[in-house]
Design a protein around this ligand. Structure first.
Ligand code: PFF
Length: 441
């Protein structure tokens, strides 16, 4: 089978940014940051992103590019058989994430439909919360939207790498940036908004604790699509001539920029409308309609916003499904069509339990967490950091020779930062992740 390649370097950057920027930045980042008290958590998140995040991004993409294989094959290529286990765990992690990701993806479709109908433009917090609660706790309705989201994801993956994934990513990003900027202006000029901006930006270090370190790390891995081989898979579609480090830095920079802008869009409004910042997973969905109800052309902007949120979620879900699909294609020579359909059906089935755990199954918990929370915690806070340890070890010890050789042709000499990064990957990064895991478990 001939391996797919991206049409251009820009296409690759946008597709990788499309994978990173999704529900993580627009749905999860604001509610988790708000829940943990704002500024100090933001600072932790940024620290982790610009140390661990960027190194793992470069490591994953380069390992994928050199090996030209799915994560399992790539680990095996450099480390031999035992290392392939890390690849298998990555694929499983992708499977589990998409199972619950698609549930939230379904919520975005529901809100898109609602905003087209014009039924959510109010600043009555009680009513907005009631719309949200009665939808997510309904036993059947969210499942239809979950199914729709999964079906759209599968059909994009079926269209293949370049035609499907690259094309939708290209048009999205600029529009998303522009819209968020407009919404920030509205949010920041609401009466009482300043307090929210300060809550988000001013660190209060007395709020820090070890558990937050794990949450910030998990959020960083999730938001950047790291630690499960997604960026490795995307890297494996990059031609040999394309330079990775700068592309990786662009992807990290774009994602962080969107996270911060989204924080500035949501938190001021949360304070202006008197919503509790620790509202939880409903935060973005409850607060944004209130913002739209206070702006000229609010109906139009709400449709545009939820449409873009849906597309942002889609470019990420597609990357998750691509990891799983690419694995079965590479390892077993199975056809894309069959794999994508069967996997979509299985992930839909697991997602049913995740969706029900917001409603009928809410009383059933394990370690005090609902099934949805459990999947989220397990993948973001345990499996992805584990993948981060494995990929940095791989890049630092097993793949370092080939990575150094690959970095050379750019300028004829190995970049000055490489020795530092090599040792960071060999020792510091794995230890750091391990310490954070141990401290907070
Ligand atoms: N980064 C995506 C988001 O923030 O929505 C989620 C994600 C995509 C995680 C792909 C992991 C992944 F491999």
């Amino acid at each position: 089978m001939v391996r797919a390649v991206w049409g251009s370097r820009l296409g690759f950057i946008l597709a990788a940014a499309g994978s990173a920027i999704g529900l993580g930045a627009i749905w999860k980042f604001p509610y988790v940051t708000a829940k943990h008290g704002g500024g100090a958590f933001l600072l932790l998140f940024l620290l982790i992103v610009f140390t661990l995040g960027i190194s793992i991004m470069i490591a994953e993409m380069m390992v994928g590019q050199i090996a030209q294989k799915s994560p399992v094959g790539a680990y095996r290529h450099f480390g031999g058989r035992p290392w392939a286990l890390a690849g298998y765990i990555g694929v499983l992690c992708g499977f589990l994430i998409l199972s619950f990701y698609s549930v939230i993806g379904g919520w975005t479709i529901f809100y898109l439909v609602k905003s087209v109908e014009g039924g959510i433009l109010t600043s009555d917090m009680l009513q907005l919360r009631q719309i949200f609660e009665s939808f997510i706790t309904h036993p059947v309705e969210p499942l239809w939207y979950h199914a729709a989201f999964m079906a759209v994801t599968a059909s994009v993956v079926l269209a293949g790498v370049q035609k499907g994934i690259e094309r939708i990513s290209k048009s999205l990003l600029a529009l998303l940036f522009l819209l968020i900027l407009v919404l920030i202006v509205r949010s920041l000029t609401l009466p009482g908004a300043l307090e929210g901006a300060l809550y988000f930006l001013m660190p209060d270090f007395s709020k820090l604790n070890a558990q937050m370190l794990l949450e910030a790390m998990g959020l960083a891995f999730f938001s950047l699509s790291l630690g499960m081989g997604c960026m490795m898979t995307y890297g494996s579609y990059v031609s040999n001539e394309t330079s990775i480090p700068r592309s990786a830095a662009c992807v990290v920079g774009l994602t962080v920029a969107i996270c911060i802008l989204v924080g500035l869009m949501i938190l001021p409004a949360v304070f202006a409308f008197g919503l509790n910042p620790a509202e939880g997973p409903g935060l973005t969905f409850i607060i944004m309609p209130a913002v739209f109800s206070h702006m000229g052309g609010g109906a139009f902007f709400s449709v545009l916003f939820f449409f873009l949120l849906f597309v942002a979620a889609l470019t990420s879900s597609v990357s998750l499904m691509e990891v799983v699909t690419c694995f079965f294609m590479d390892e077993f020579g199975l056809p894309r069509l069959g794999v994508a359909i069967v996997m979509a059906a299985l992930m839909f089935a697991v997602g049913i339990a995740a969706s029900l755990s917001f409603g009928a199954w809410r009383p059933y918990t394990l370690f005090g967490r609902s099934f949805f929370d459990l999947l989220d915690y397990l993948t973001s806070n345990l499996m992805m950091p584990f993948g981060g340890i494995m990929v940095t070890l791989l890049a630092g010890w097993k793949a370092c020779g080939e990575i150094a050789a690959r970095l050379k042709p750019e300028s004829g000499i190995i970049p000055r930062w490489w020795p530092a990064m090599k040792w960071f990957c060999r020792i510091i990064a794995p230890l750091l992740i391990l310490l954070i895991l141990i401290r907070s478990l």
